[in-house]
Design a protein around this ligand. Structure first.
Ligand code: GLP
Length: 244
């Protein structure tokens, strides 16, 4: 694992955007894995700036998002699909037909999971996967469990995640209880992985990911197996790591 510690959220976001921009400049038809949550918002802002000011061209990029709430779709403000349109898709020249977010409104969620996994395979796999991390070290919506999920699947969200994500909803009761998420296997097949974390409340999760036992109780710890995983942190998120 490579670890880069930056001085601020803005610096973390700029470094992350640089890596994505480099990937797109070198391989214009790259396949990106994208993440939601508050962590990557600054990175998307910087990518939009690079598109506007430096001509970063998204026209051939394909993207697959990590996850979506079951029951929410594009028309729901809190859906991850709406988030992606607002933060990135509507502000750059990406071809919306090449963007993919699991369909949280599918009638048959099992079939949707299989379809999603298949379309990632058919696109040739993910070149660069962006991740945030939950306070309990979840990635995507892969919650602490007794096994690592191999493929895109339906997840029951933990109470702690529902509480943490309730800040995006009017009431905690409005937070969906289920989600569709890429599996740990799906994520690990990406050729490169870039995990971002900022803030003191992520420090323990970062410690568990980097130095903890590799266990499904700390899903991000599996990244220790990946040959091309990089973490970009701010000082607070890195504060429990020795010598960084
Ligand atoms: C959600 C998302 C994750 C994200 C995590 C952290 O549960 N499914 O992909 O990494 O929250 O969110 P935040 O970046 O807002 O702390």
């Amino acid at each position: 694992m490579r670890i880069l510690v930056t001085d601020s959220y803005e610096a973390m976001s700029r470094e992350a955007a640089k890596i994505l921009a480099g990937q797109i400049w070198l391989w214009p038809d790259t396949v990106l894995g994208l993440a939601t949550g508050s962590t990557p918002v600054g990175m998307y802002r910087e990518l939009v700036r690079l598109h506007r000011d430096e001509g970063l061209d998204f026209s051939q990029v394909t993207s697959f998002n990590l996850d979506e709430y079951v029951g929410l779709g594009r028309e729901d403000d809190q859906s991850y699909q709406a988030f992606m349109h607002k933060q990135l898709f509507d502000q750059v020249n990406i071809d919306v037909a090449k963007t993919h977010v699991p369909n949280g409104k599918a009638e048959d969620i099992g079939a949707e999971c299989e379809r999603y996994e298949r379309s990632i395979r058919e696109a040739g796999g993910i070149d660069l996967q962006v991740l945030g991390i939950g306070r309990n070290a979840h990635i995507g919506f892969n919650e602490p469990d007794d096994h690592f999920a191999r493929q895109t699947h339906r997840v029951a969200l933990k109470e702690s995640t529902i509480r943490a994500n309730s800040r995006f909803f009017e009431r905690e009761a409005d937070v969906p209880r289920y989600a569709i998420s890429m599996g740990i296997g799906t994520i690990l097949k990406a050729r490169r992985i870039l995990l971002l974390a900022n803030g003191r409340e992520k420090a323990q999760a970062v410690y568990d990911a980097v130095l903890g036992d590799i266990t499904p109780e700390h899903p991000a710890s599996i990244l220790q197996f990946h040959p091309q995983a990089m973490l970009i942190l701010d000082r607070e998120a890195a504060s429990l790591l020795p010598n960084v």
